[in-house]
Design a binder for this molecule. Structure first.
Ligand code: ADP
Ligand code: MG
Length: 261
């Protein structure tokens, strides 16, 4: 059954969307069946997948509010080799409309139940806040990947996120785990980055991915060409870093499967 991973951090600009599309493309390139769900009304993951957010018929809004079946909302042609549930400004309205419903926190989980078997991985790109959309993502998810920049105050934000995750575990999703913490836009020459990175490893140990995503201009440029970095410049350090991350996640999963066998 497909593993559902939310990519979340209430801070904006930390690399959530970049991680979502590039990790999804890397997983798809290793022949995994992948679905990306864009839950951010900015629609950046949609555009970065080569899909025009102004020209989509259906988005996460129809999935969450109108209860249109997922298979009728999913776009199967993207530049990343994965399937997509798109987002655009309409999804802002979804956040408000959700308030009308009973069990409003688990609308996404219910919507995905019928199709999750068709995928190996479902990645959810969350908006930069801990709103009802993010809560829906975390209620649907098996685990959360937290991208973060190693800068001053980053650990404080992380504590707030971990608190939220514990509350959700208690209330709506007892199985939710932290999949991993990903250091993004990393600069090895920066002393503060290295200090924060060390603290992160002290606090979170093995939860911190060994793979580090370096600051790389190709990762920033690729979305304007509507494609993940590996199809824009496959030899770039950014594209390679996300392939390495996919490899690390797959290896971890094999190891835990062995350990529990
Ligand atoms: P979020 O989704 O958390 O708001 P984004 O993935 O959109 O963050 O990243 C914020 C900005 O930083 C974007 O312009 C993106 O292209 C750029 N960016 C993200 N990761 C990297 C990286 N590793 N190197 C260089 N630029 C990056
Ligand atoms: Mg984003």
């Amino acid at each position: 059954m497909g593993k559902i991973i939310a990519i979340a951090n209430q801070k904006g600009g930390v690399g959530k969307t970049t991680t979502c599309v590039n990790l999804a493309a890397s997983m798809a390139a290793t022949r995994r069946r992948v679905l990306v769900i864009d839950l951010d009304p900015q629609g950046n993951a949609t555009m970065a997948s080569g899909v025009d957010k102004y020209d989509v018929e259906r988005t996460a809004y129809e999935l969450l509010v109108d209860e249109i079946p997922a298979r009728e909302v999913i776009i199967t042609e993207t530049a990343g080799g994965y399937h997509l549930v798109a987002a655009n400004q309409d999804v802002t309205a979804a956040e408000i409309r959700l308030l009308e419903f009973f069990a409003r926190e688990i609308r996404l989980r219910n919507a995905l139940a019928a199709i999750r078997e068709q995928y190996d991985y479902i990645f959810i790109d969350c908006p930069p806040s801990l709103n009802l959309l993010t809560v829906n993502a975390m209620s649907a998810a098996d685990s959360v990947i937290v991208p973060m920049q190693c800068e001053y105050f980053a650990l404080e934000g992380l504590t707030a996120l971990v608190d939220t995750i514990s509350k959700l575990v208690a209330v709506v999703n007892p199985n939710l785990k932290i999949e991993g913490i990903l250091r993004t836009m990393f600069d090895h020459r920066n002393r503060l980055s290295n200090d924060v990175s060390d603290q992160l490893k002290q606090h979170f140990g093995d939860k911190v991915y060994r793979t580090v995503i370096p600051r790389n201009v190709r990762l920033a440029e690729a979305p304007s060409f509507g494609t993940p970095a590996m199809y824009y410049d496959k030899s770039s350090v950014g594209a390679k870093a996300y392939l390495a991350l996919a490899g690390e996640i797959l290896r971890r999963e094999e190891q835990s499967a062995h350990a529990s066998a």
